[in-house]
Design a protein around this ligand. Structure first.
Ligand SMILES: NC(=O)C1=CN([C@@H]2O[C@H](COP(=O)(O)OP(=O)(O)OC[C@H]3O[C@@H](n4cnc5c(N)ncnc54)[C@H](OP(=O)(O)O)[C@@H]3O)[C@@H](O)[C@H]2O)C=CC1
Ligand SMILES: O=C(CO)[C@H](O)[C@H](O)COP(=O)(O)O
Length: 468
């Protein structure tokens, strides 16, 4: 019997996607360019509908037509080399899907190249990590709609399901699926950093033990902050190091890694004039964390505020931190969804913002309770410029800005760095300021460079001879 789908790349994600597909009734052909990973999967999958292949040609010829091939390999040149190895054996109408974190512009290029050969190409954002890949990720496919339709029965089946709806929807043309995944990761960076900052306040300023902070995160996960990242943070804080018996978090080196998607999110925003300051601050926080030696040196040289901190009422301040975190998250998601909106307008992609919010409710790393609300908001206002001005969030932040202001001020006065919480507050205050200070910037630009300025009371561009 011919296989119904092929998976290439059997690392962390690919092996689990293949197992997921087999568990949903697909006959899965698998191939990896080195033999070991294929053999490992064969050992794990005995009795399952997974057939290993060790030559590309045999792998391709084992597939039903039109062939559907799912790539889960390292992003960048490996994708191009795998595509090149497939082309000689494919026919018009076959479909290649790239489920990795490819840059959306690379995806658009590959789409164009393959379209000329009649081969369909889908750039598919996948989120959910190892467990999501196995049990049901969130899936963001971009490419031609008719090509998507060929793969949709399998993709919707392997996706996470929420309220009987698959967390998979057609996103839009060319690289838009990978674009949506890229910005998802930017939001992920910001969300993670905001949580880290909330933890820092509880640990450093309120001097709470790690176990108590774990309890706080767990309780937050039963309320409006409910989300995967809050849930796993509670679990992370409970974990003990087997070697020392200390909380594992206390022996993990404070240098954050990154693989590029957060950086791409910020670069795309900067290139296109999209204000995503919280996301970018979270990226810079990772960069600064990596300068461990310099930070250790600076700690011996640079001073902070005097250590005469007032006692803070514990329960009151835990709730201030909760409010600050919620508001920070709203601002970060508002920035990410603004990036979707502005880019969609720029490229005429017509991104389905409501559906994007809904497919993020299950499987993905940024799944969160309030995505239900975000989905409802975009259902009513599909062209909304910013989530902050949706009445639901306007009301929420009216209250919660107080907590954010208190936590940011107290943190700053205590010498704790809050790149994302403070950036969220600055974003909120800047966004709600109808008359900004950019008049000063324009005057300075006109003064030194004759760049001209617009007036508040007349159309056109004006230049002043400032020194006359
Ligand atoms: N891990 C995660 O949580 C998530 C990862 N992703 C993305 O999914 C993709 C795969 O990630 P993941 O499974 O974690 O990574 P792994 O490193 O576990 O797997 C990478 C796979 O790519 C293969 N590969 C590497 N180089 C080449 C090449 N030149 N030619 C052919 N195959 C090659 C590897 O084979 P071999 O080992 O034999 O070299 C391996 O099968 C990446 O784009 C990643 O960013 C997306 C969502 C979540
Ligand atoms: O896509 C993912 C989650 O959604 C991957 O886990 C990705 O590697 C996370 O990004 P980084 O490694 O830069 O933290």
């Amino acid at each position: 019997m011919l296989n119904t789908i092929g998976v290439i790349g059997l690392g962390v994600m690919g092996s689990n996607i293949a197992l997921n597909m087999a568990s949903k009734g697909e006959q899965v052909a698998v191939y990896n360019y080195t033999r070991d990973l294929t053999d490992q999967l064969v050992q794990k999958s005995s009795g399952k509908a997974i057939s290993p292949f060790y030559e590309v040609q045999d792998f391709v010829q084992s597939l039903q037509t039109p062939r559907k091939i799912f790539l889960m390999v390292t992003a960048g040149s490996p994708i191009d080399s795998v595509i090149q190895s497939l082309i000689p054996f494919l026919e018009a109408g076959d479909v290649i899907m790239d489920g990795g974190n490819s840059h959306f512009e690379d995806t658009a290029r590959r789409y164009d190249e393959l379209k000329q050969k009649g081969i369909g190409y889908l750039g598919i954002g996948i989120s959910g990590g190892e467990i999501g890949a196995l049990t049901g990720p969130s899936i963001m496919p971009g490419g031609d709609k008719d090509v998507y339709e060929k793969a949709a029965p399998i993709l919707t089946k392997i996706a996470a399901q929420v309220d009987n709806d698959p967390c998979c929807t057609y996103i839009g043309p060319k690289g838009s699926g990978h674009f949506v995944k890229m910005v998802h990761n930017g939001i992920e960076y910001a969300d993670m950093q905001l949580i880290a900052e909330a933890y820092t306040f509880l640990r450093k300023r309120l001097a709470l033990p790690v176990e108590e902070i774990a309890d706080i995160f767990e309780s937050w996960n039963h309320g409006e902050l409910k989300s995967y990242l809050i849930e796993i943070t509670a679990e992370i804080l409970r974990k003990k190091d087997e070697l020392t018996g200390l909380p594992l978090i206390d022996v993990i080196l404070d240098k954050a890694g990154q693989k590029g998607t957060g950086k791409w999110t910020s670069l795309q925003a900067i290139d296109n004039g999209i204000p995503t300051s919280i996301i970018t601050e979270s990226l810079f926080a990772r960069y600064l964390s990596a300068l461990k030696e310099e930070r250790l040196n600076a700690q011996e040289i640079l001073t902070g505020p005097e250590n005469d901190q007032a006692h803070l009422d514990k329960e009151l301040w835990i709730d201030n931190v909760r409010q600050a975190l919620y508001m920070g998250k709203v601002c970060a998601y508002a920035q990410g969804f603004t990036q979707y909106k502005m880019t969609s307008d720029l490229y005429s992609w017509d991104l389905p913002l409501k559906d994007i919010a809904l497919i993020f409710r299950g499987g993905c790393i940024i799944r969160a309770e309030f995505l239900n609300v975000i989905g409802e908001i975009y259902e009513g206002q599909p062209n909304l410029a910013n989530l902050l001005i949706a009445p639901y969030f306007t009301e929420k932040v009216k209250d919660y800005q107080k907590g954010l202001r208190k936590v940011v001020s107290e943190g700053i006065n205590s010498g704790i760095s809050f790149p994302c919480l403070s950036s969220a507050l600055t974003y909120y205050d800047s966004y709600r300021t109808g008359m900004s200070n950019a008049n000063i910037i324009q005057a300075q630009r006109d003064y030194f460079g004759a760049h001209t300025y617009e007036r508040t009371d007349a159309d056109g561009f004006f230049h002043t001879n400032w020194q006359s």
